[in-house]
Design a protein around this ligand. Structure first.
Ligand code: ADP
Length: 584
């Protein structure tokens, strides 16, 4: 059924209708009683009137009973009575044996049939003897008419009142229903959180207007309150989010049941997962790429440690996640009231630091080894010369001193490397001078001739014509070129070639220097780390000892102190090309 036509009556309307029905019944009852009473009264008066009439006629006309016939005067008198009123149906005179002396029934036959009441009075002569009877029939037309008209008027009046009331109630119900529907709609809007909904004040009437007013007022207040609250909450949330997501370290927050309830971007990156994947899971079940439950045991240790102990010194451990070293710190989490809520794991990717640590250790062992060899050679050669010098020929002595000299040079290079390394790390601006790079290259090639000759390596220098002079620190670039040439010789087999080129780079704002060898080359997995501090390739091919500082010195000198850049191209067993760009 269409809801529009489904009119619900309010309690108030129901009361009005009930009162209307009761009063209608009461009024109808009283009206019918009154009508009935009127009818009875009328009947009574008719009867009295009939009696009066019959008695009068009997007194006036008793003589007709003696003659047994009515005179013309009597007839005229009776007829005049009948024609003066419709309420008398007939008048009949009878003698003492009951025979009709005179009757109007024939003359007024139609009227005679309407008679409702028959009244008779005896005719008595002067001697007091009953000589006949006068009978009168009364139709009571007037009483009937009065009753009928009263009834009709009542039906009309009550029907009209009923109709008017029904319309008023119906109209009222419709009006109230429309207003209530509007109010209901407004309340629903508020219920769904749409604060600030305004009801049209003009659509309401009477007291409902005040209700609409109160509603609008409440809605506005709620809206203002919500806005203030939302602003506050958003600010708090944004602050928290900003802090959490700006932390470079990973943060994982777990509740008391080990469920991850919060995780920041850094943590998802470190754990190689996504927020949706890890949220609401248990941290104990986290597996790295190799399928290891890397947190399980540590969380167990954390849980077995008393809280007051862990509070003073949070549990720290390293886990290996997909070949990376992650330092993890677990600390308990409390509410303001100091209720235990769970724990927070801070994740720090220390792969690089761990690698540097490892390389530093290697460096120390390498340097001590590298230093021991020349020092041992120097001490034994010097000792031999000092004690038994006279026993050797001049050439032999010269050879001894040559070896000592070479070892001193090696030692010197190593010490210089270490010294340069610490010098280059500093931020002091280097003094630069515009000069021809080929001069420096030629000078360094010259000083490495002995080294190259030892392995019969041919060094060629190719330079482009009209190269511009570039600003650089001579000592630093000498070290750079020297390191590259030393490596090229070191990692090339005997009878090989080393080519040094100086030219304008593909970007003409730079000058390019490359050192190319046909040596053992470098495997691709080492190439991006080769310029790192202490990084060394050590395998069956790369057996030569070193400090792992040489290429890092090159990088720092070029990139940090000359705003240039370094690069390498290499293929295993085919050779390598190391180079750098210097800004023109
Ligand atoms: P090192 O003192 O060990 O030579 P470097 O920083 O100079 O230290 O070099 C780092 C690593 O790079 C070396 O261990 C070596 O394996 C590799 N390397 C450097 N230059 C060359 C080259 N020209 N050919 C092959 N490998 C090289």
């Amino acid at each position: 059924m269409n809801k529009k036509f489904n009119i619900d009556l309010t309690v108030q309307n129901k009361l009005i209708i009930s009162a209307l029905i009761i009063s209608t019944i009461l009024i109808v009852f009283i009206a019918f009683w009154a009508v009935n009473k009127i009818k009875i009264e009328l009947d009574e008066s008719y009867r009295s009137f009939g009696q009066l009439l019959t008695k009068t006629l009997a007194v006036q006309n008793y003589e007709i009973a003696h003659s047994d016939t009515a005179s013309a005067f009597v007839k005229a008198h009776v007829n005049s009575i009948l024609s003066s009123t419709n309420d008398i149906s007939y008048i009949t005179f009878k003698n003492k044996v009951g025979d009709v002396i005179y009757s109007t029934i024939e003359a007024y036959s139609k009227r005679a049939t309407n008679a409702d009441t028959n009244i008779s009075s005896p005719m008595i002569d002067q001697n007091g003897k009953v000589v006949g009877v006068v009978e009168v029939g009364l139709s009571a037309d007037l009483a009937k008419n009065v009753t009928r008209t009263t009834k009709k008027s009542m039906v009309f009046v009550f029907s009209f009142i009923w109709l008017v009331f029904t319309f008023v109630i119906l109209g009222n119900a419709l009006l109230i229903r429309r207003e209530l529907t509007l109010l209901h709609h407004g309340v629903k809007e508020i219920e769904q959180g749409r604060f600030g909904t305004v009801l049209d004040y003009n659509q309401a009437s009477g007291e409902i207007k005040e209700l609409f007013d109160a509603f609008n007022d409440m809605s506005k207040k709620l809206h203002n309150y919500e806005e203030q609250n939302i602003d506050q909450l958003t600010l708090e949330r944004n602050k928290l989010e900003a802090v959490l997501f700006s932390i470079a370290n990973g943060v994982v927050v777990c509740d008391n049941y080990d469920n991850i309830i919060l995780v920041n971007t850094a943590a998802t990156k470190i754990l190689n997962t996504s927020e949706s994947e890890i949220l609401n899971t248990s941290i104990q079940k986290y597996c790295d790429a190799a399928g290891d439950l890397c947190f399980k045991d540590k969380i167990a240790i954390f849980k077995n440690t008393p809280l007051d102990v862990i509070e003073k010194k949070p549990l720290e451990f390293n886990v290996d996640v997909d070949n990376r070293v992650i330092k993890s710190v677990i600390s308990p989490m409390y509410s303001k009231m100091h209720d235990y809520l769970g724990y927070i794991i801070v994740l720090i990717d220390i792969t690089k630091e761990a690698e540097v640590d490892r390389l530093k250790n290697d460096f120390i062992s390498n340097v001590s080894h590298e230093l021991r060899t020349p020092v041992t050679i120097l001490s034994s050669y010097a000792d031999t010369l000092y004690n038994f010098g006279n026993e050797f020929s001049f050439d032999e002595q010269k050879e001894f001193i040559g070896t000592i000299n070479q070892e001193v040079i090696r030692l010197n290079k190593m010490v210089n490397d270490i010294l340069d390394f610490s010098k280059l790390q500093s931020d002091t601006v280097m003094e630069k001078e515009k000069q021809d790079i080929t001069d420096t290259i030629e000078k360094i090639v010259q000083s490495h001739k002995v080294l190259a000759d030892e392995k019969n390596i041919q060094i060629t220098v190719i330079k482009e014509d009209n190269l511009p002079k570039v600003p650089y620190n001579t000592q630093a670039i000498e070290r750079v070129v020297s390191n590259l040439i030393t490596n090229a010789i070191k990692y090339s087999s005997e009878n090989s070639t080393v080519t040094i080129k100086a030219q304008i780079a593909s970007d003409p704002k730079f000058l390019e220097v490359t050192v190319e060898d046909k040596g053992i080359g470098i495997a691709p997995e080492h190439l991006d780390k080769i310029f790192d501090r202490f990084y060394r390739v050590e395998n069956q091919v790369h057996t030569i000892k070193g400090t792992g500082l040489g290429l890092n010195l090159v990088k720092v000198a070029i990139e940090k102190h000359h705003q240039g850049k370094v690069f390498v191209k290499s293929k295993q067993n085919e050779g390598s090309t190391f180079g750098f760009w210097l800004p023109v």
